[in-house]
Design a protein around this ligand. Structure first.
Ligand code: ZN
Length: 487
């Protein structure tokens, strides 16, 4: 009897070694692999019982044809979450990016304790990625909407972590600032309260450092964390950041200017696009609009390595238009609630349902959009009129209506881009010259002082500020040092 038991033991361990050796571990972060291991799904089907029917099969792998697209995607993101190995970030009291909303090192344990079921409802509100019902009294069901299935796996993991946080009783409030200003249930009051968006930021930061992901996936996670940090908290978080100037030229090159006390100190080539384009930063990512109107707009991570599939409502609108319509676009602003100048209209998301909303700009003909005062958290977008007058555009979120306030200051109307760095106002002219604006002699007629004079035959086509956040720079420097040390 003892002998038999021993034999059984040996044979099972041999068997498990054999199956282990048959194929390498699956990479569930790879969305292109449309199959999952039956044994892996079986492993979680005791807890997530909706999978238990599916694993009653002799197949060693289950693919999209066996599971259907939605179930495959849900199972894959959950299996990826189970495998995540998080390296905690060192806490810096002066930087909320290092704040950890949940202390559990193992996300999987935290997640599993709260979630029990996934459901794909037929009717989701537009723009909703996922939701839960009932907070702490819920049965642990996470409802997943179409945008969830369009996300890459790391983004799906962030969403799942965000949603289970609601089971701890955390709820959202109306945004009083940021890209969703005025929208109800789209912000948290503060990052300090460790609500769902604090978890989203934490997930984005920790995923951006996770070596299990590709460098493009990591860049997209970083962009997501920055976007949420800048836009999803009513009380402005504390972050360590640097403001730089980003320029694109008629060769399609992208140059970055370092600044010190607002002054440009150094300019270096940081990338190249396949064609000359205007680029805009929303703080977390760059949206690229090719000068050739036939080229569609797209979005890339700040370091230009990761293509971001969610291109935003401005680029989506632009891409849906005919060439003659595209020609009417004058400029875009991704600061604050965001604004488009198109023909005689300004287009914003300022209305209760946060769809794009166009209104005719009545005071005068629009020349371009400019911004004042840049901190990543407080930038106001203005219309520069053809008379040189400046009109600050804001959103009255209680009414869901645009407000317009004319300033005393004027600017030459041939300016196509203008922004502030540490109190210094920059401008790009329609002839491609980058300049400082000196208002000391006259507030209505600033003097243009050119900086970094253009190379012969090459002109700047766009200029904007871009923020670099210390936490992500620190990690890149560390990685570079490791590479140099041969580690
Ligand atoms: Zn939420």
């Amino acid at each position: 009897m003892i002998k038999l038991a021993l034999l059984l033991l040996i044979s099972t361990s041999l068997f498990s070694q054999m199956t282990m050796g048959q194929s390498a571990e699956k990479n569930y972060f790879n969305k292109l692999d449309n199959c999952i291991r039956t044994s892996d799904l079986k492993n979680i089907s005791g807890h997530f019982t909706q999978f238990s029917q599916l694993v009653r099969t002799t197949k060693s792998e289950l693919c999209e044809s066996d599971l259907g697209e939605d179930t495959l995607q849900i199972a894959r993101s959950v299996l990826a979450m189970q495998r995540i190995d998080v390296e905690p970030i060192e806490r810096d009291e002066a930087d909320d990016f290092t704040r950890r909303a949940i202390q559990e090192k193992d996300w999987w344990v935290y997640f599993k304790q709260r979630a029990s079921k996934f459901s794909v409802p037929k009717n989701c509100r537009p723009g909703v990625v996922a939701y839960v019902i009932g907070g702490p009294f819920s049965d642990g069901t996470i409802y997943l909407c179409r945008p969830y299935f369009e996300m890459d796996v790391p983004g799906q993991i962030e969403v799942l972590m965000h949603e289970v946080r609601h089971f701890d009783g955390h709820r959202h409030v109306t945004c009083s600032r940021g890209a969703a200003k005025g929208r109800s249930g789209a912000c948290d009051e503060t990052i300090v309260s460790k609500g769902s968006y604090a978890i989203s930021v934490q997930a984005g930061v920790e995923l951006s450092f996770n070596k299990q992901l590709t460098s493009a996936q990591r860049a997209v996670s970083e962009a997501g964390a920055i976007f949420l940090m800048v836009n999803r908290f009513n009380k402005v978080p504390k972050v360590k950041a640097q403001t730089n100037v980003l320029l694109s030229n008629s060769l399609g090159e992208i140059w970055k200017g370092e600044t010190e006390n607002g002054a440009l100190t150094d300019l270096s080539l940081v990338g190249e696009l396949d064609q000359p384009s205007r680029i805009y930063s929303n703080g977390s990512a760059l949206t690229v609009f090719p000068l050739n109107l036939e080229g569609d707009a797209y979005r890339v991570s700040n370091d230009l390595t990761g293509r971001i599939s969610a291109i935003g409502s401005f680029a989506s609108k632009y891409n849906s238009e005919s060439i003659p319509e595209r020609a009417k676009y004058k400029s875009f602003s991704y600061s604050g609630t965001g604004l488009i100048a198109k023909g005689k209209e300004i287009i914003s998301t300022c209305n209760p349902d946060s769809e794009l909303n166009a209104v005719v700009f009545t005071p005068e003909k629009i020349s371009s959009l400019i911004t004042f005062e840049t901190s990543p958290f407080n930038i106001s977008t203005s219309v520069l009129g053809e008379s040189g007058s400046i009109y600050v555009v804001d959103c009255d979120s209680s009414k869901g209506q645009i407000t317009i306030k004319k300033l005393k200051t004027k600017m030459p109307s041939f300016i196509t881009d203008s922004f502030t760095v540490d109190g210094i106002q920059y401008a790009l002219t329609d002839t491609g010259i980058l300049a400082y604006l000196d208002f000391t002699l006259s507030p209505s007629e600033p003097k243009l002082i050119p900086v970094f004079e253009k190379q012969p035959g090459v002109v700047w086509v766009s200029a904007a500020t871009v923020s670099t956040f210390d936490i992500f720079e620190r990690e890149k420097e560390l990685e570079l040092a490791n590479v140099l040390a041969g580690l």
